[in-house]
Design a binder for this molecule. Structure first.
Ligand code: HEM
Length: 98
């Protein structure tokens, strides 16, 4: 209902998420982003930031339009972000082990 994940996939309620990890925020041309996310366009979706956004979209970006409560479980978020990373022609390097 909300997102597509394939290359060139269309936007739905939310933008297509191909090539999101490591890319500029609000990068989907033509999608009607909130001013909140548009205001972050000069910054990237790094692993750390995506983790915060997916944990609680509305505390990370109070004015954003994504009606999703977030995923509280860190391992689930890590697995999801690892998968989102694969949605790219050239996935960014995995984070260095801490
Ligand atoms: C695990 C679930 C989800 C993940 C990982 C996710 C991920 C994302 C990401 C990374 C963005 C920013 C994309 C960009 O900068 O181009 C985004 C935006 C958005 N998502 Fe989601 N999303 C999820 C669930 C949902 C759901 C359930 C909805 C619909 C009810 C939704 C609707 C939206 C909308 C409307 C935006 C644009 C927000 C704005 O412009 O303020 N998402 N999502």
């Amino acid at each position: 209902m909300c997102h597509t994940f394939d290359k060139g996939g269309r936007d739905k309620l939310g933008p297509n998420l191909w090539n999101t990890v490591g890319n500029a925020r609000a990068h989907s041309d033509g999608f009607g982003y909130s001013d909140e996310l548009k205001g972050m366009h000069n910054e990237k979706w790094t692993y750390d930031v995506l983790n915060l956004y997916i944990a609680n979209p509305h505390s990370f970006a109070p004015g954003n339009n994504m009606s999703f409560a977030g995923i509280k479980n860190m391992k689930e978020r890590a697995n999801l972000i690892a998968w989102l990373r694969t949605l790219s022609d050239d996935p960014i390097p995995l984070p260095a082990a801490k």
